[in-house]
Design a protein around this ligand. Structure first.
Ligand code: PLP
Length: 410
């Protein structure tokens, strides 16, 4: 990506011009949430100013306009992930709600006492706790795939975990801590051969790579708009239609019914069966502008640019920051660098970096079991998006040198 293109991209993100402690902001917390280009915020404005009316059921014009905008987004998402039908695209609040939906509805119906499910040690809490909550009611076993020293899943161990009681495998496409890109297609094919259903947490994949749910052949796939330049409050659950049709509603209320009486209720068709209450239709309507942004640049260009920043920054950290420890060194890795400066506390490192204008995340990153496996309490995490530059990587390295000299006297 040339400099002019990068400057053009950056000019679409007003927040990138701000300062922190009188230093230009270097935003490296893209794994937690990405920034939002102006066109997305303009679309939100336009909805509030011109088309705000509750969706579905309204006979008046602006209600129909708002409904059309929301349903156009569903079709855009269908095409974006290559789902077979818009009925397979359910709007949720985010990845977390999407996984909770599958755990409560599919898990609550199809998991029984004595069954087994497989998770991995690198899961975000969003893909652990919903299953544990369900386990309070259904006595199934949770098996956990370990990782090797590079932070890759132990695929041999994974294969050996299956028994005739394995009903489901649920794992992340990309680790939010290690950056590891997991072999979803192969893992899914194997699970299917064993008769298990596959749920994939795509929160960290969809912003950084092309995802084709039909090619992967996953049964469920979840992701969040706010991590891919889109608005907050919008998540997607993709599910294969036959599975979704066999599942009971997750929440009850308006929008999701066909007919209600006190003698009983019948439910709406897909996808509305899973969308109780007023959806976040304003943000949903704005989400396609984020997809436009990605498409204009091209996902291959985004991925190449982020990979270049990852390789450049990692190499400089290894050669120029004495005592740095990087967690996650898989060859197939997304642009996330988790690290510690010697024995310095992650929180101190993050706080000092902030004083130098660099925004990174610190702590357990909602992956406490992974922290336990790594033998640390937390890490510092720097993560890149398409608008980050090599100059920002340089500022990050210079800031790290300063922080290292303060905390470790190096
Ligand atoms: N899964 C992974 C891998 C994540 O990184 C995150 C957020 O950081 C989530 C799930 C939860 O996403 P959300 O908070 O948007 O529901």
């Amino acid at each position: 990506m040339d400099n002019a293109q990068l400057q053009n991209i950056r000019s679409q993100f007003p927040i990138l011009d701000r300062t922190v402690y009188n230093k230009p902001l270097v935003y490296l917390d893209n794994t937690a949430t990405s920034q939002t280009p102006k066109r997305v915020v303009d679309a939100i404005d336009a909805s509030y100013f011109h088309t705000k009316a509750n969706v579905h059921r309204g006979v008046f014009s602006i209600s129909q306009e708002a409904t059309d905008l929301m349903e156009q987004t569903r079709c855009r998402v269908r095409d974006y992930i290559n789902a077979s039908s818009e009925q397979e695209v359910i709007f949720t609040r985010g990845t977390t709600e999407a996984i909770n939906l599958v755990a409560a509805s599919w898990g609550g119906t199809f998991l029984h006492d004595g069954d087994e499910i497989i998770l991995t040690v690198m899961e975000h809490h969003a893909n652990i706790v919903p299953w544990q909550l369900l386990r309070n009611r259904v006595k199934f076993t949770i098996k956990v795939v370990p990782i090797n020293e590079k932070g890759e899943l132990d695929i041999e161990a994974y294969r050996n975990m299956f028994t005739e009681r394995t009903r489901l495998v649920s794992f992340t496409h990309v680790s939010n801590v290690l950056g590891t890109v997991n072999p979803v297609k192969e893992m899914t094919a194997y699970a299917h051969r064993q008769g298990a259903v596959v749920m994939v947490d795509g929160a960290q994949a969809v912003p950084h790579m092309k995802v084709d749910v039909r090619d992967l052949d996953v049964d469920f796939y979840a992701f969040s708009s706010h991590k891919m330049y889109g608005p907050t409050g919008v998540g997607i659950l993709y599910g294969k239609k036959d599975l979704l049709e066999a599942m009971p509603p997750y929440q009850g209320g308006g929008e999701m019914i066909s007919h209600v009486s006190f003698n009983g209720t019948t439910f709406a068709e897909l996808p509305f069966k899973f969308e109780a209450g007023t959806p976040d239709f304003v943000d949903i309507a704005a989400f396609p502008r984020a997809l436009d942004f990605i498409n204009e640049i091209g996902m291959d260009n985004i991925a190449a640019h982020e990979q270049e920043l990852l390789d450049y920054t990692t190499a400089r950290m290894i050669s120029e920051i004495p005592g740095v420890r990087i967690f996650g060194t898989a060859p197939h890795k997304s642009a996330v660098i988790s690290f510690l400066l010697g024995d310095a506390h992650h929180y101190d490192t993050g706080m000092l970096l902030d004083k130098l204008g660099v925004a990174v995340r610190t702590g357990h990153h909602c992956a406490q079991p992974l922290m336990q496996a790594l033998g640390v309490e937390g890490t510092v995490r720097a993560s890149f998006a398409v608008y980050n530059t090599r100059e920002e990587a340089d500022k990050f390295i210079e800031a790290l040198k300063k922080v290292n000299s303060i905390l470790n006297r190096i």
